[in-house]
Design a protein around this ligand. Sequence first.
Ligand SMILES: Nc1nc2c(ncn2[C@@H]2O[C@H](COP(=O)(O)OP(=O)(O)OP(=O)(O)O)[C@@H](O)[C@H]2O)c(=O)[nH]1
Ligand SMILES: [Mg+2]
Length: 243
Amino acid sequence: MSNALVVIPTYNEIENLELLLREIISLQQDFDVLVVDDNSPDGTSNVVEKLIEEYPNTLFLLKRTSKLGLGTAYIAGFKWALERPYDFIFEMDADFSHNPKDLIRLYNTCKDQNYDMAIGSRYVTGVNVVNWPMNRVLLSWGASKYVRWITGMKIDDTTAGFICYKRSVLQAINLEAIKFVGYAFQIEMKFKTHLKKFKIKEVPVIFTDRTKGASKMSKGIISEAIFGVLTMKLKSIFNILEI
Ligand SMILES: Nc1nc2c(ncn2[C@@H]2O[C@H](COP(=O)(O)OP(=O)(O)OP(=O)(O)O)[C@@H](O)[C@H]2O)c(=O)[nH]1
Ligand SMILES: [Mg+2]
């Protein structure tokens, strides 16, 4: 068993997942992986079950009954991790937007440099995004700036989903009180980590758009983020935000 667990939420990622899991498992450093699948109609979980036969002590699967959103998938994964002795817990997408090799850089940032949260950031050194259409780059970059402005967090990539947490962060945050289910979940986690005064570091990464499978981005997810962030900030000002 490794002391680090990578949590990967999946919905219809059959074209990406096996390759991604094999890449993570073959890294220089040992990482355990938990896939949280929402009963993907394409049979993503079957792929994981098959691979678990090969790597029973490294690979784990949490199956949920239906598509319940990225945020709640992560919360379920975090709770699973905290029931076991993992010191470092990661968030990562299944679609190869996040380079598995960067897991080691995020890990070292928390382990050796003693940060509590390491963010794989697209916007520390300009805009490190490959293959996104311009409107998508602008949406994401604009969202990150908007969130930075509203929340006051000194983070360039506030919506990033490639993260290493020290266990103590996930223990300190009230996971039951996490409100957002879509993209905004990423903002909420960073805001609460920031409010709890944990040490946060952005590590520059190159983010590559998925080449296989379909995006789950939607208008609902975007409006949750725009209005949700305002509400969250106001609640924190009036001291009624549960963290
Ligand atoms: N379990 C679970 N996973 C989800 C859900 N929605 C998205 N995911 C996974 O979360 C990760 C990020 O989702 P993406 O569709 O790539 O979203 P995105 O990165 O914002 O959008 P693209 O840039 O278009 O890929 C992927 O691994 C998805 O399979 C969900 O409701 N439940
Ligand atoms: Mg993606």
